[in-house]
Design a protein around this ligand. Structure first.
Ligand SMILES: [Zn+2]
Length: 145
C-alpha cells in the first residue's frame, strides 16, 4: 500500500485544533536564498486562490516579516486562461515594509520580483555562501561587482 501519494495535507492542522490552549497558523511561502547552505529567508508570502475576495489575515506573517526585516506579500492567484497550461495570473499586495495597493501583475512580473530578491541578497553581500556563489549563481557577469 502506498501512503505517499494521497496523504492528508491538513492532518497535522486538524490534530492541532483538537487541543485547547494552543494555537498555530500556517505560513504559505518562505522565499529563501537558492544557494545550498545559505537558505536565508528573503520574503514571506501568504497565498490564496483568487475568488474575487481580496482579504486574508496576515497579522502573524507581517509580525514575522518585521522581526526578520524581510518583505511580506499577500498573493492571490488563478489560472491564466489566455496562456493556459500551468501559467498563473496574480493580484498582489505588499504588506510590509509598506502596505501597498492591490495590483494585477503577470506571472513574469512576479517571477522577476522573486529573482530580484535573490540578486539583491547576493549583491548586498548578505548571502552566507557569497564566496562560493560565483560558480553556482546563475547571474550574468555584469551583475557581479
Ligand atoms: Zn544566500
Amino acid at each position: 500500500m502506498r501512503h505517499t501519494k494521497h496523504f492528508d495535507k491538513n492532518l497535522y492542522n486538524r490534530w492541532h485544533r483538537r487541543f485547547d490552549n494552543i494555537a498555530m497558523v500556517d505560513i504559505d511561502q518562505v522565499e529563501c536564498c537558492q544557494i545550498k547552505g545559505c537558505w536565508q529567508p528573503l520574503a514571506l508570502v501568504e497565498t490564496a486562490y483568487d475568488t474575487g475576495n481580496y482579504y486574508k489575515t496576515t497579522t502573524i506573517t507581517k509580525w514575522l516579516g518585521e522581526k526578520a526585516n524581510i518583505p511580506v506579500w499577500l498573493v492571490f492567484y488563478k489560472k491564466d486562461e489566455i496562456v493556459g497550461g500551468d501559467s498563473l495570473t496574480f493580484k498582489v499586495r505588499q504588506i510590509y515594509p509598506i502596505y501597498g495597493d492591490l495590483k494585477a501583475i503577470s506571472e513574469a512580473e512576479w517571477v522577476s520580483y522573486l529573482r530580484n530578491l535573490q540578486h539583491k541578497h547576493y549583491l548586498e553581500k548578505h548571502c552566507d555562501k557569497k564566496d562560493e556563489i560565483r560558480t553556482t549563481y546563475p547571474v550574468s557577469n555584469k551583475d557581479i561587482k
